[in-house]
Design a protein around this ligand. Sequence first.
Ligand code: PEP
Length: 323
Amino acid sequence: MRTNGIHANLSSDFVLRKFAGENESNNMKKLLVANWKLNPQTLNEAKKLFKEVSNFKIHDPRFELVICPPFSYLSSIVSHKSSVIGHRSLVKLGAQDVFWEDKGAYTGEVSAAMLKNLGVEYVIIGHSERRRWLNETDEMINKKVLTTLKAGLKVILCAGEPLNIRRKGLVAAKRFVKNQLQNDLKNVSSFKFQVPRLIVAYEPIWAIGTGRPDKPEQTAEMAKFIKDVLGAMFHVSRFPEAEPRRKASFQRGKQVRYPEGETAFSYGAGGAGKFQVLYGGSVNSGNAEMFLEKKEIDGALIGGASVKPKEFGKIIKIAQRLS
Ligand code: PEP
C-alpha cells in the first residue's frame, strides 16, 4: 500500500522525522535572528556588517541565520549578499516590519509582496518597540501576521509581558502571553500550510536592551507553555501519537493532513513540541549558551549583540555547537 508515494508500512515516526529533516537525536536546528533595529547609520556600514556577520556562517547547514536590516538597506543587501557570499549561502534575510495591505494609499508602508519580491523570507511582527512607540495593537499585528503568511513569508511573532506583570509571577506572565498569542493569531489557519511558517519569539519587555535577561529555566518553562498554547490553538497536540497511520490521508513536505480537516505540521514524537519558539532579551555571548542549550528554546532573537560582529560571531559558534 502506498500513500502519496510513501510506503505506508514504513514506521510513521521515521517518515515524520524524515519530513521534518530531523536527525536521529531529535535535535532541532537552532535559529538565530539578528534584529539590527535602527542601525547602522550608513549603507556602507550595513554592507560591511552584513559581510562580517555572514562570514561566520557561510555554507554551514547546522543552524539557521536570519539577518533583519532596516528597510532602506534591504534591496542593497540582497544584491550585496550574492556578490559577497554567493547565492548558495544559507544566510536568510528578514524585515523588521510589514504592512497589512498589498497596495494603495498607505504612505510610508511596505507590503509583504514587496518584501517577497526582494528576496526576503522572514518578517518580524509585533516587536514590543513597535507596540510601544508606534502604538501597534494586537488587531494591527494580527492583520500583519495574516497578510504575511498569505504571501508565503515566515512570521517571527514577538510576544512578551511588561515588568509589572512579571513581578506578579510567571503564572501572570503566561496568562498575558497567551492572551497576546490568541489575539495576534486570530484566524490563522492550520490549513494552507500557514502554521509551519509561524515562529514565536518570547521577548519579555523588561529584558530587551536592558542587560537583564530572563532566567533560562523560566524562559524554557515559558517556551514550553507557548508550544502548548499553539498546539491547542492549532489542534496538533494529539499528533502524531494518536493513530497517525489511520488518520494521515496524505503527506506533503512537512505537512500531514487529516481527513477530518485538522492539519498537523508537527512531526516526530512530542507533537506540539516542534513549534519553534525563540528567546529574545539581552542575549550576549556570555549567556547565549544557557538559553540555547535548553531543548525547549529553539533559538534567539538578538538586538544589541547582533550589530557587534565579534560578539555575534561568538553567539553563532555557540548556536552551531548546540545545533
Ligand atoms: C530585540 O531587539 O528583540 C532584542 C531582544 O534586543 P536585545 O538583544 O538588545 O535585548
